[in-house]
Ligand binder design. Structure first.
Ligand code: ARG
Length: 473
């Protein structure tokens, strides 16, 4: 810091810190840096201003400040907002946080009216309001981004409603499924994610202002008016809870961690599928990088990073839970630590969703390899057992019979459908020529023709239903 700057900041410190009159010595430099939050909470500036304007309008409506003061505050805050947006606002560490920085800048512009803005308010209810306004906007952005990703999933699923791949349990080939059906599983997860953000938004959207420091205020305030001006659904009902509650931040982070967990699972699959051992898909080059040493490599960096960043968001959830677990009522400075995990969660989530939606459009499917993998894995064994049951055999017996048939096919190194009728009849006399229609992969998937089943017809229906409801979700 230059000598001149040092001077300005320390004289500001003496004059501007709201509580400085009580103190006999200035705060230590290191402590100042340790306790300041302006470096990260300055991104709440626009929400802080929005909250202050509504608060001032209420103060004027209640005759707590004059109409002239309100006019000056509105004008001054509009100027501050412009400076912030233009990147011209000078943030000072000495002024600790976004709230004190803005209040001081306002007071420098308009004098005493600026000093009246904080009437009936504390930074405790102010910061709680700012974060709620911020997170409400993030929830809306997250829901919109989820829908975009869902739309690109639906498009890909539609192209592959009848593309056959092996379905896995224990990562062993289990039964054939359609790729479209597999993708729709993620559509469902994302649908629940969107509804979690919408639900969490309801609890975010309650106004803390009016709680003041912790006990409420003796001014004749109108909290309902402020709530209405800021688009909140209602007001927090207990002042102690209002200033100290961070449940909504934890809920938001939990919903984000769960969404990231879904995308991490999906990423794990994409990584496997584009490994040459599977070679089910290719991911467009714009999502991959090469190796600085191995010229043949094309690495699925984006899904790998999504998987990695999920750990980071899960960590933020743990940080917030731990932040709250030992706090007595009401506000404690600990709460300042909510911001960095929250901001990073929101940033990570939104950029991941955006990149993922585009990545869906960059997936090329190798249908032959998918089909071949299903074909080689005795994926229609259950279909043969079901066939025998329909011919009157108890399921447990049918299961055993098919196990023996699979053993024979393994020995002959062929698929079940490649055994001759005669060979199959050794296992059961009730097997007839029609068995081959259930032993094919296409026959197998087509037979699972009910809501939630993998039949191509059902996949197309599910896509149609999804496209109809996605915007009312
Ligand atoms: N920067 C503080 C925070 O983020 C604002 C509230 C400070 N209140 C206080 N009483 N120190 O939590």
């Amino acid at each position: 810091m230059s000598e001149q700057n040092k001077e300005t900041t320390s004289s500001l410190n003496a004059k501007s810190q709201a509580w400085s009159g009580r103190f006999n010595e200035p705060v230590a430099e290191l402590v100042k840096r340790y306790t300041a939050s302006v470096d990260f909470d300055k991104r709440l500036a626009e929400f802080d201003i929005q909250g202050s304007v509504a608060h001032a309008q209420m103060l004027a409506a209640q005759n707590i400040i004059s109409a002239a003061d309100l006019a000056a505050i509105e004008k001054g805050l509009a100027e501050v907002k412009q400076e912030v947006q233009a990147g011209k606002f000078e943030w000072l560490l000495d002024l600790e946080d976004v709230h004190l920085n803005i209040e001081k800048a306002l007071t420098d512009k308009i004098g005493d009216a600026g000093k009246r803005l904080h009437t009936g308010r504390s930074r405790n209810d102010q910061v709680a309001t700012d974060i709620r306004l911020y997170l409400r906007a993030v929830c809306d952005d997250a829901i919109a981004a989820i829908k975009k990703l869902q739309m690109s999933l639906l498009d890909l699923a539609e192209q592959h409603a009848d593309t056959i791949m092996p379905g896995f349990t224990h990562l062993q080939v289990a039964q054939p499924v359609t790729f479209g059906h597999h993708l729709l599983a993620y559509y469902e997860m994302l649908k629940r994610d969107a509804s979690r953000f919408a639900d969490c938004r309801k609890r975010i959207n309650q106004l803390p202002l009016g709680a003041a420091a912790l006990a409420g205020t003796s001014y004749p305030i109108d909290r309902e008016m402020v709530a209405k001006l800021l688009g909140f659904d209602g007001v927090c009902q207990n002042s102690l809870d209002a200033v100290s509650d961070r449940d909504f931040a934890i809920e938001f982070t939990a919903a984000s961690a769960l969404l990231m967990t879904h995308l991490s699972r999906f990423s794990e699959e994409l990584i496997l599928w584009c490994s040459p051992r599977f070679a089910f898909i290719e991911i467009a080059d714009r999502f991959c990088t090469g190796s600085s040493i191995m010229p043949q490599k094309k690495n699925p960096d984006v899904p790998e990073l999504v998987r990695g960043k999920t750990g980071r968001v899960n960590g933020h959830l743990m940080a917030l839970l731990t932040l709250m677990k030992g706090q007595p009522l009401a506000y404690n400075k600990d709460n300042q630590e909510d911001k960095e995990p929250l901001f990073d969660t929101a940033d990570t989530l939104l950029v991941t969703l955006e990149i993922y939606a585009d990545m869906m459009r960059g997936i090329t499917v190798n249908k032959d390899n998918m089909r071949q993998a299903a074909f080689e894995g005795y994926a229609t064994a259950t279909d043969l057992a079901d066939y025998l049951v329909k011919k009157g055999m108890p399921f447990r017996d049918a299961h055993e019979v098919v196990a023996l048939a699979v053993k024979q096919a393994v020995q002959k190194q062929c698929d079940l459908s490649e055994l001759s009728l005669g060979e199959l009849q050794v296992f059961s006399e009730s097997i007839t020529e029609d068995v081959f229609s259930v032993l094919t992969l296409e026959g197998s998937v087509a037979s699972r023709n009910h809501v939630g089943g993998t039949a191509p017809q059902q996949v197309l229906r599910a896509i149609a239903r999804a496209k109809e409801t996605i915007h009312s979700q």
